[in-house]
Design a protein around this ligand. Structure first.
Ligand SMILES: Nc1nc2c(ncn2[C@@H]2O[C@H](COP(=O)(O)OP(=O)(O)O)[C@@H](O)[C@H]2O)c(=O)[nH]1
Ligand SMILES: [Mg+2]
Length: 228
């Protein structure tokens, strides 16, 4: 037996093993970093006041008209544009989210309830909510307005609409004959209620304009993201 060859082979094997381990570790670390949840994401139907709330929480200002074409991001808080065509991009942000702030326009809620329920349904279907159970805060903005609805009404209405959506969405999936997409949330055989899902749901009534309820919202955000 040639011991010098054996020695070289052992050293080569060790070097290869080290390289493989280092490369594997580097990939693993990059993956973990990419999936790390560090943000709080503002989502919701356009016009609810996501950008107004973002500006209040991060710049301490209120501007009555703000164009919402681009994403705002500061101090771990992300304000996503609410246009329909961009919803998928906004939902993708949830992969890095510790919590969601779902902004609802408390003044026009009755007219926009089904749009809001559809959007919320999409959020609750994401892996972040279904598997990881990240908390969702439903924030009723514009509570300074006399016509603003209350959170008890919004809760009841959203639960009712989501209950109907479970049937419609399941039917649509049947129509396109796909059996792999699970579109059901909550407990089967029971009317939908937020208490049936993994994500905790909390309601807050606020006003970006008058700052009412904003201390509480700020506390919520600060609990998930460090403010420098
Ligand atoms: N009365 C009232 N109006 C608000 C409040 N917050 C936002 N708005 C107005 O609602 C409109 C939409 O707000 P914006 O932040 O752009 O909504 P976004 O599309 O969800 O980002 C703007 O004209 C804001 O001035 C609020 O607390 N009270
Ligand atoms: Mg906006």
């Amino acid at each position: 037996m040639d011991f010098s060859n054996l020695g070289v082979a052992a050293i080569a094997t060790t070097i290869v093993a080290i390289i493989v381990t280092v490369v594997f570790f580097a990939f693993w670390k990059a993956r973990v970093a990419a999936e790390k949840r560090t943000n709080v994401v503002l989502l919701g139907v356009s016009g609810g006041g996501k950008t107004a709330l973002f500006l209040r929480l991060r710049k301490n200002t209120f501007i009555s008209t703000v164009p919402s074409l681009e994403e705002n991001c500061e101090g771990g808080l992300i304000d996503c544009p609410g246009h329909h065509s961009l919803n998928q991009a906004a939902l993708a942000k949830l992969k890095q989210a510790k919590a969601v702030i779902f902004v609802v326009d408390a003044v026009t809620f009755a007219e926009n309830a089904s749009e809001a329920a559809n959007y919320l349904y999409d959020i609750l279907l994401t892996e972040s909510c279904r598997a990881n159970g990240i908390p969702v805060y439903i924030v009723l903005n514009k509570s300074d307005n006399l016509n603003a609805v209350k959170s008890s009404y919004v809760k009841r209405r959203l639960e009712k609409d989501i209950n109907s959506l479970r049937t419609t969405r399941a039917k649509n999936i049947d129509d396109i004959s796909s059996d792999s997409v699970d579109t059901f949330i909550g407990e089967e055989g029971k009317d939908f209620s937020f208490s049936q899902i993994k994500s905790s749901i909390a309601f807050l009534e606020v006003s970006a304009r008058t700052e009412s309820g904003l201390d509480k919202l700020k506390e919520v955000v600060d609990q998930y993201v460090a403010t420098e």
